[in-house]
Design a protein around this ligand. Structure first.
Ligand code: HH2
Length: 295
């Protein structure tokens, strides 16, 4: 009898961006987060100034990220939506300043078609929509016309109220159903299957325990037949498990907890991990990939 760590063998995919193709499943791709916001839960205010944002983008690339994800609107629990003008103002200044300066592709984290359109015109190669086309149905048209991939993330409810519950009785079933519906919306709007990446939406309308359950049961989401992106970085469920519910460990101290979740996500079949601490999580990804490939 051979006993081995249970490791999920990832399906390989090719993700066609405008200027290049990303191979998914050979090694884990690391998506580095750059929030150009005053209020993001872990890096809010740090890179609100475009000059600082550009410096951070270059740092993220040097640290080994494969993709840079730029967002102008916080989706942390309780966050209030911002206007299209404000979001455009925030992200375009950075995208324009970055034009031609990075080798890695840029993803635009937005729920708004107008922001996605302007960002793609300013050089973004993919779209990350946490509302999975529910926020603005016109966003699918932007992806279709420009032939860029789109990340469709599962969210139960909306950021303002999503952590108040009620949560799903069976979280995996809820995420599977939500992601199937998201794929149907995308396909109806004319997107190709090869343009779609799915994301279980860790921390988006789930109890802390359900986030762990999603990580433990991630291989069940691979059944959907799409590449998987997982974003656990510095999230509250890590802080709660480390510090306790009344005194959670603060976001800047969630590095090792994040590392554990990144390793688990990769062992469970994630193709892309979205993280703030790029240099550290690149190391975690390389070593976990070595374990995956040693089977
Ligand atoms: N999480 C956040 C934002 N965007 N996109 C995807 N695809 N998956 C995620 O898990 C995800 C995401 C939240 O993290 P962060 O960007 O750091 O915070 P904020 O929303 O407060 O800006």
């Amino acid at each position: 009898m051979v006993y081995a760590l249970s490791v999920f063998r990832r399906t390989r995919f090719k993700l066609r961006l405008r200027a290049r193709t990303l191979a998914l499943g050979e090694r884990t791709l690391v998506m580095g987060v750059l929030n150009v916001t005053p209020d993001s839960f872990s890096d809010g205010g740090l890179y609100f100034d475009p000059k600082r944002a550009v410096a951070r983008a270059r740092e993220i690339e040097r640290a080994g990220a494969d993709i840079l994800d730029i967002g102008g609107e916080s989706t942390r629990p309780g966050a209030a939506p911002i206007t299209e003008e404000e979001e455009l103002r925030r992200v375009l200044a950075v995208l324009e300043a970055l034009r031609g300066k990075l080798k890695i592709p840029i993803s635009i984290d937005t729920q708004k078609a107008a922001v996605a359109e302007a960002a793609v015109r300013a050089g973004a190669g993919m779209i990350n929509d946490v509302s999975a086309l529910r926020g603005d149905p016109a966003l699918a048209g932007v992806a279709r016309r420009h032939r860029v991939p789109v990340v469709l993330m599962h969210m139960r409810g909306a950021p303002r109220t999503m952590q108040k519950g009620p949560f799903a009785r069976d979280v995996v079933r809820d995420v599977l159903a939500g992601l199937r519906a998201a794929v149907a919306r995308a396909r109806k709007a004319g997107l190709r299957r090869s343009q779609i990446v799915l994301d279980p939406g860790i921390g988006f309308g789930k109890s802390y325990a359900q986030n762990y359950e999603l990580l433990a049961r991630l291989p069940e989401l691979a059944r959907l037949g799409f590449p998987l992106l997982v974003g656990t970085s510095r999230k509250a469920f890590i802080g709660a498990a480390l510090g306790g519910a009344t005194q959670p460990m603060p976001p800047e101290k969630r590095l090792w907890g994040t590392a554990a979740t990144v390793a688990a996500a990769i062992l469970g079949g994630a193709h892309i991990v979205r993280v703030h601490d790029v240099a550290e999580m690149v190391q975690v990804a390389r070593i976990t990939d070595a374990i995956v490939n040693a089977r």
